[in-house]
Design a protein around this ligand. Sequence first.
Ligand SMILES: N[C@@H](CCC(=O)N[C@@H](CS)C(=O)NCC(=O)O)C(=O)O
Length: 214
Amino acid sequence: MIKIWGRKTSSNVQVVLWAAAELGIGYDRIDAGLSYGVVDTPAYLVENPNGTVPMIQDGDDTPLWESSAILRYLANAYGNELMWPADPAARAQVDKWMEWAKVNVVLNFTTPIFLRVVRTPPSKQDPVAIKAALQNLNKYLDIAEARLGEFSYLAGRDFTMADIQFGHILYRYYTMEIERADHPNLQRYYKGLCKRPAYREYSMVSYEELRAKD
Ligand SMILES: N[C@@H](CCC(=O)N[C@@H](CS)C(=O)NCC(=O)O)C(=O)O
């Protein structure tokens, strides 16, 4: 049985829980991080010196952290042909979009935008920095917009691991009080994700308890 450490309000945990659900993987989840603690205990830090979530352990294997490494592990160990093709060249195309989503979209959203808007008290927010971060993110959302005009999903016609890495932050993106560019294809894609039961359960999770107040 796989163990997953992490609170359900962490986006990096959400991406792992969503992937596990789409792949039909059973697991035990242990609440950890922020008010749940655990991540600052010596036993946890021995396994994950970053003191972050998520972390997983499959059976007696060495525990694994870094959400994208976890996604790749789950896909390699438990994936199916549509979501993570066996052929190396076909898999690399999915992986290309998965990596692109992590490096360009997720990293340019979470700290520069989500942290500055939701996790910063209104009186301390920096509208100029937020605007610049949104402009930067939009360069990549424009690429997704063009891609999704051509294909149903990021890596092509099938829902793949790339959509999990990309789509898990869209609930936050579309529900936050920010100025959004006009991306009709992306919006349609997001509405499609919202119909997936696993997305509803693991990504469409309220972030109000993370909100910083004055
Ligand atoms: N690069 C890491 C980042 C992990 C990370 O920063 N996790 C955050 C939650 S999203 C965390 O553990 N924060 C401290 C806490 O929840 O106590 C990953 O993708 O797994």
